[in-house]
Unconditional design. Structure first.
Length: 180
């Protein structure tokens, strides 16, 4: 089976969309945007985020449904997810819509658990995402979306995603230790 299949192409697309979304957050003072209200840049970032989030759903769905799960995909998919979350949260801190310490804790958790998963995989230990881990991802996506659009409830969603991030990290560590 070829590694460059549709699910992996969708993950690559998500990797490419992440810095484009970040561009609309951090480039508000460029001359090309001088006659454009910031809200339009928010819409552009949100549109890119939605497209990227949809590709996240479909790459996993297609990979499982069409039996196109590859080693490359198992690397690209979580990498694309992390880059999208990283771009979203960094952009939101930059435009002062997200608390820097909350974002720091969430991103620290992402890097720590990614490292733990690499170690676990090298030891042939199963480190599949739990329900809480998947819920964390959904909460992060909603938080990024709401904060990007500056909607009511975005900050609450950010704190919910922080709680789920930390709790799922606890679950990963305990699960890893039990498989010791």
């Amino acid at each position: 089976m070829t590694s460059l299949n549709l699910p992996n192409i969708l993950a690559i697309l998500r990797i490419l969309l992440a810095p484009l979304m970040l561009f609309f957050f951090v480039s508000r003072d460029l001359v090309i945007f001088e006659n454009i209200h910031y809200s339009w840049l928010d819409y552009a970032a949100a549109f890119i985020f939605v497209i990227a989030s949809v590709t996240d759903f479909f790459d996993g769905f297609i990979a499982r449904s069409w039996n196109q799960i590859t080693v490359l995909g198992s690397i690209l998919d979580p990498l694309a997810d992390k880059l999208l979350v990283l771009a979203g949260f960094i952009g939101l801190v930059y435009i002062d819509r997200a608390n820097v310490w909350v974002v720091y804790l969430i991103l620290s958790r992402e890097f720590f658990i990614t490292g733990l998963r690499v170690v676990a995989i090298s030891q042939n230990k199963d480190v599949s995402a739990s329900f809480i881990g998947k819920s964390k991802t959904v909460a992060q996506m909603f938080a990024i979306g709401f904060l990007t659009m500056d909607w009511t409830g975005g900050t609450i969603l950010l704190y919910i995603s922080l709680f789920l991030s930390l709790y799922s990290a606890y679950e990963y560590v305990v699960g890893y230790a039990k498989k010791g």
